[in-house]
Structure formats: structure tokens, C-alpha cells
Design a protein around this ligand. Structure first.
Ligand code: NAP
Length: 310
């Protein structure tokens, strides 16, 4: 019987692991299919306190994992949770056919990339359509070619800036006429001579499925309704995230957008199940807030276990 199982190894999960490990609870930490979480796909993190020069996102996550392991966290790599039973304690999880039983559970499953939802986007994924500039931007097919980034938030601005290293020009396609991104990120993107904003536009098709590669995007102007074609070799979709909570549907309370609802502190609707990070936060969604929520979930789980044993 485990005392604490943590699902997820982003900032939330690994911080919860550090705290529960230091509390001698020997947490079992399940990475899922993206060890280190979304931060491993970003470039330099400039706003995590304590790193005035910035820190590489991947390196930050590796260091958090080392810190958790140093205190006794047991990290299981590349395990996707198949099912959970939270109807009574101890809770049961099935992973690769193996059952894990635990007194408390910390859900820190994060969020995945939102897709535009076009069939052509799906068919050309990894053939020029991608969701991560840091992971895929250096592919030879993008070198000195026009590229498209879709979105108007911090992610889109960050991706566009990064891609100017590789592409001849980066078209930033946004559905409105002003960016949602923070001022510093927006100013940086708009001041970059290689970034060309394309306002009031949505992608209605990624071309060209027949050629089995990206040759351009079909755009529709959201104000005039006019259609046009913008040639490009790559489409980088950066339009936000969807919480990874499907596996808990029907077992704990989840809002209409899929985010786990927090009751008191990090408590979910099921006593003994706690939540932290992007899977329950559609407001802040920062590395540091996820880490703070992971800390809170660990302390709540520790107190819950303490009360059980009194
Ligand atoms: P976001 O802030 O939710 O922005 C998503 C963008 O995509 C918005 O501009 C939105 O348009 C657009 N969009 C959403 N659905 C769309 C659709 N179906 N078709 C076309 N466009 C669509 O997401 P994010 O940029 O990934 O940022 C998420 C969080 O991470 C934010 O809190 C952000 O501050 C943070 N972040 C921080 C950094 C940093 O500080 N270095 C870097 C990356 C992310 P509208 O504006 O019209 O809604």
C-alpha cells in the first residue's frame, strides 16, 4: 500500500514529490508519457524566481526531479495510467496492467496542446504541423522557409521569436487585432523584424494534404470573410491548452472545461485526493504557481495522512 501516489512530473508533480519525500512519505511518482511536463518543451524560462539569467526549461525539470529523488521519491518512467477507482479508500490505479493501491493521490497531470480541430491539421501533424517550436523548429524542412505560428498568447509570441532563428519569415496568425500575450512578450514579438503579424485571421485549412507536406495555409479574415492562401513550410499551433483530466471524469468534480475543481486548498471533491497545477488552473498557469500548488497538495496530503493515524 502506497501512502502517496503523484500522477505527473511537471512543476506541480515534482514539487509535491520533493515535499512528500522530505516528509518521509516515500511518494510513488508516475511520469505519464511526457516526463517533466510541458516546461521541457519551452526554451529559456525567464520568470522562475532564483534564476536572474533565466534557466532552460528542460534543465529546470531535470533538477527538480533530482531534488525529489535525493529525498526518496520513486519516479516511474513512461507509465500511462489506464484507469482509476476513487470510489473508496484506499484508491486503486491500474498502470500497464499492474494495480497500485494508495491512501492518498495527488493529481498533477497538467495540460496538453489545444488543436485547431481541422482534418488537414491532423493529417499533416509531424509533416510540417507541430505544437512545439523548441522540439521541432530546427528540422531541416523549416530552414530559411516562411513559417506560420497560430495564436496570440505568450506561447505564440515565444514560439514566433524562437522560430526567427530558422525561418526566413514568421507569420503570426491571430484571430483578433491585438495580442493576448503579456506586454513584454508582445512587444518583443512585434519589434522583431522577421515576425509579420496577420491580424483578424483564422486558419481554415492546412495545405497540402495531397502532397503529404505543408505548403501553406488557407486563411479567412474574421472581419471581411475574405479568403487567402499564405505559403509556408511549417505551421506551429500555439493556441492554448486542454487539461489532462479525462481519466478522472465521473469520479471527481471537473468543470465544463475539464479543469479539476478545488474545494479547500488543494482538496478535490473526494477526500484524500488532491490536485495541483495546470490540470486545475485556467487562470495563472505559470511554472511557479504550479510549483506552489504542488507544495500545497503535498502539505494537505501529509496532514490528511496524519489525521488518519491519530
Ligand atoms: P493562452 O494565453 O490561452 O492564449 C491562447 C491564444 O490562442 C489566444 O490568443 C487565443 O485567442 C488563441 N486561440 C485559442 N483558441 C483558438 C482557436 N481555436 N483558434 C485560433 N486561436 C485560438 O495560451 P498560451 O499562450 O499557451 O499561454 C498559457 C499560459 O502560459 C498563460 O498564462 C501564459 O502567460 C503562460 N506562458 C508564459 C510564458 C512566459 O512567461 N515565458 C510562455 C508561454 C506561456 P484570443 O486571444 O482571441 O482568446
Amino acid at each position: 500500500m502506497e501512502k502517496v501516489v503523484i500522477i505527473g512530473t511537471g512543476c506541480a508533480g515534482l514539487t509535491a514529490a520533493i515535499y512528500t519525500a522530505r516528509a518521509n512519505l516515500s511518494p510513488l511518482v508516475l511520469t505519464g508519457t511526457m516526463p517533466g511536463g510541458l516546461l521541457t518543451t519551452t526554451s529559456t524560462v525567464e520568470n522562475f524566481p532564483g534564476f536572474p539569467e533565466g534557466v532552460d526549461g528542460y534543465e529546470l525539470m531535470v533538477r527538480m526531479q533530482q531534488q525529489a529523488e535525493k529525498f526518496g521519491a520513486r519516479i516511474q518512467l513512461l507509465q500511462a495510467v489506464e484507469s482509476v477507482d476513487l470510489s473508496k479508500r484506499p484508491f486503486k490505479l491500474v498502470i500497464d496492467g499492474q494495480e497500485i493501491v494508495t491512501e492518498t493521490l495527488i493529481i498533477a497531470t497538467g495540460a496538453g496542446h489545444r488543436h485547431i480541430g481541422l482534418e488537414s491539421e491532423h493529417l499533416l501533424e509531424k509533416k510540417g504541423v507541430t505544437y512545439c517550436a523548441t522540439c521541432d523548429g530546427a528540422w531541416p524542412m523549416f530552414r530559411n522557409q516562411p513559417l506560420v505560428v497560430v495564436g496570440g498568447g505568450d506561447s505564440a509570441c515565444e514560439e514566433a521569436n524562437y522560430l526567427t532563428r530558422f525561418g526566413s519569415v514568421v507569420h503570426l496568425v491571430h484571430r483578433r487585432d491585438s495580442l493576448r500575450a503579456s506586454k513584454i512578450m508582445a512587444d518583443r514579438a512585434l519589434a522583431n523584424p522577421k515576425i509579420k503579424p496577420v491580424w483578424n485571421s483564422i486558419v481554415t485549412e492546412v495545405l497540402d494534404v495531397k502532397q503529404d507536406k505543408v505548403t501553406g495555409v488557407r486563411l479567412k479574415n474574421t472581419v471581411t470573410g475574405e479568403e487567402s492562401i499564405l505559403p509556408c513550410a511549417g505551421v506551429f499551433v500555439a493556441i492554448g491548452h486542454v487539461p489532462n483530466t479525462q481519466i478522472f471524469a465521473g469520479q471527481i468534480e471537473i468543470d465544463e472545461n475539464g479543469y479539476v475543481i478545488r474545494k479547500e486548498g488543494s482538496q478535490t471533491s473526494v477526500p484524500g485526493v488532491f490536485v495541483a497545477g495546470d490540470c486545475s488552473d485556467h487562470v495563472y498557469r505559470q511554472a511557479i504557481t504550479a510549483a506552489g500548488m504542488g507544495c500545497a497538495a503535498a502539505i494537505d496530503a501529509e496532514r490528511f495522512l496524519g489525521a488518519l493515524n491519530q
